[in-house]
Design a protein around this ligand. Structure first.
Ligand code: HEM
Length: 514
């Protein structure tokens, strides 16, 4: 049962309305009650430990049932001739989606000629995610993504998916997480050591650097000193951002050679050729460098081809960059806005670290409030706020006939901002997760929160991501107090990914405090 707590305390910080992303039209479609450290129970699961083997409910789980909702399938109101709901989507896409449950379990939306069906209830979302054969990856958004990522595990259809996921799985095995955490800590330190007391930080850029370098080091540790990899983290950041842009820009518009497009094309070509060169080198020497690429190459039997390895590397880098950078940035921003949460976080980190200056892998399970803050950040700002499926064969959903070819939309944002599931949903309140820690996320498809999707297509990098975000939040908080430069300028931007715009933070060294 979804039992989100009612938050108490002073008023939540109101979010400014999100800035609409014009590109969306073209395609697809308080004070919080921080848990005192002494109150924190042992709910946090060791982060290197595996989540449930499948995305199914854990025994004893029940679906939330007491959710008042409009039954049936209805069109979203306010469609204009020709434009459909494009104007509402342009004005306030997040508000538009968050309002849809009031109109039905299934809500039809139209953006120009593009029609889609938005699924608004936890039960039906669960049904869609669990039936990945019927609700397959496909449709306009995936066509565009495939052009960029190749036919990797994220983009491939059902018929190729099991094999690719099985072959990529060893990269995410629990045994690998301690070594990933070491790399993460090194890269966090490398960036934050350049900060000085009182410096204004472009936090999203710095965290993108951390995430991109971590991805490259995890994949190519054996080649890091190679000059050919010098530009890889930067190329990766350019390509990763470009991928999201290209998911929602129609193909003809994407042919216009703008400076951004040329930069993206150059970085993408260089990235692919660098990865290809490293793969060839590893194959030639046959040496085991103890990194991800060596491991994928050492697989026997059915193995990945060079093209599939290249796609796997791009997919890994793409998954591991912007989503992580955005979540760390949002978390630091929200902590900086609430002194009580900030103090509780600093207390937790100081207690866990003792005399040490930085947390490592073995500390993850003790950083319980840190992880509650992350869960709450992912609830309010799920980076992947919307994703789609294409119905492969006529089916039924909520008693309704859904023909093959229908585009189905799922929005974690919609679910995460539901007042029935999360009372006072706009309030940033990590104590909602006091008794749950990361469990709701770990259950993958427990519908109260699904930042990592669910079912057979659920995120493969969830533990990797949560570990990196936890270590970044803890290690930054151990040394720095972040202060908003202009919190009123910060807004969620809802393109293909939900990032903060206008976010600048000032780093104040904690050891200079009296
Ligand atoms: C905060 C960070 C992250 C978030 C919010 C996130 C979110 C998601 C979501 C919502 C999906 C499902 C999309 C769908 O069903 O259409 C997904 C899939 C995926 N993610 Fe992540 N992700 C994150 C980090 C990562 C990282 C670090 C990696 C790899 C290192 C990764 C690799 C993948 C892969 C491979 C899939 C496709 C799984 C499949 O189709 O079998 N993600 N992610």
């Amino acid at each position: 049962m979804a039992t989100a707590r009612t938050a108490t305390g002073s008023p939540a910080v109101a979010l400014r309305p999100p800035r609409a992303c014009p590109r969306l039209f073209s395609t697809c479609p308080g004070s919080p009650r921080p848990a005192a450290l002494r109150d924190l129970g042992p709910q946090g699961r060791p982060m290197g430990s595996p989540g449930p083997a499948t995305a199914d409910y854990l025994p004893g789980d029940t679906m939330p049932t007491a959710i008042p909702r409009t039954p049936g399938r209805n069109p979203a109101p306010g469609a204009l001739p020709l434009l459909g709901h494009a104007a509402s989507m342009l004005r306030d896409p997040l508000g538009f989606f968050a309002g849809l449950p009031a109109h039905g379990e299934l809500v039809d939306i139209k953006m120009g000629p593009f029609k889609a069906l938005v699924v608004t209830t936890p039960e039906l979302i669960h049904q869609v995610l669990m039936d990945d054969r019927t609700f397959d990856k496909g449709g306009a958004v995936y066509e565009r993504t495939r052009e960029v990522l190749g036919d990797g595990v994220v983009t491939c259809p059902y018929k190729e998916h099991r094999r690719l996921r099985r072959l990529a799985q060893p990269a995410f095995s629990p045994a690998r997480h301690a070594s990933y955490s070491r790399i993460m800590c090194e890269q966090i330190a490398r960036v934050t050591e350049t900060w000085s007391d009182g410096q204004e930080i472009d936090i999203l850029t710095d965290m993108t650097t951390v995430a991109a370098r971590t991805g490259v080091a995890a994949f190519f540790a054996g080649h890091l000193s190679s000059p050919s990899l010098a530009k890889t983290p930067k190329d990766l950041a350019t390509v990763s951002r470009g991928v999201y842009r290209r998911m929602i820009v129609p193909a003809p518009l994407d042919k216009i050679p703008t400076p951004g497009k040329r930069r993206y094309d150059r970085s993408r070509a260089r990235l692919r050729s660098t990865i290809g060169g490293v793969i060839a080198d590893y194959r030639r020497t046959g040496e085991d460098h103890g990194d991800l690429l060596s491991m994928l190459l050492a697989t026997t039997g059915d193995t990945l081809t060079d093209t599939e390895l290249n796609d796997a590397a791009i997919t890994f880098f793409f998954g591991a960059t912007d989503t992580i950078a955005i979540t760390i940035s949002w978390a630091l921003h929200r902590v900086s806005m609430d002194r009580r949460i900030e103090e509780a976080l600093h207390r937790e980190v100081d207690t866990v670290l003792g005399d040490r200056t930085a947390a490592g892998h073995d500390d993850l399970e003790h950083l319980v409030l840190t992880q509650q803050i992350i869960t709450e950040t992912l609830r309010l700002y799920p980076p992947v706020w919307i994703f789609t499926r294409e119905v492969s064969t006529d089916t039924r959903l909520g008693g309704h006939h859904i023909p093959a070819g229908t585009d189905v939309v799922i929005s974690p944002y919609l679910l995460h901002h539901s007042a029935e599931l999360h009372p006072d949903p706009e309030r940033f309140d990590p104590s909602r997760w006091e008794t749950k820690g990361l469990e709701p996320i770990r259950r993958n498809v427990l519908p109260e929160i699904l930042p990592f999707g669910g079912g057979a297509r659920g995120c493969m990098g969830e533990t990797f991501a949560i570990n990196e975000i936890t270590l970044a939040l803890a290690n930054i908080s151990a040394r720095w107090r972040m202060r908003a430069v202009d919190s009123a300028a910060v807004r969620p931007t809802s393109g293909a990914i939900l990032g903060p715009s206008g976010l600048r933070l000032r780093a104040v060294a904690r050891d200079t405090e009296t």
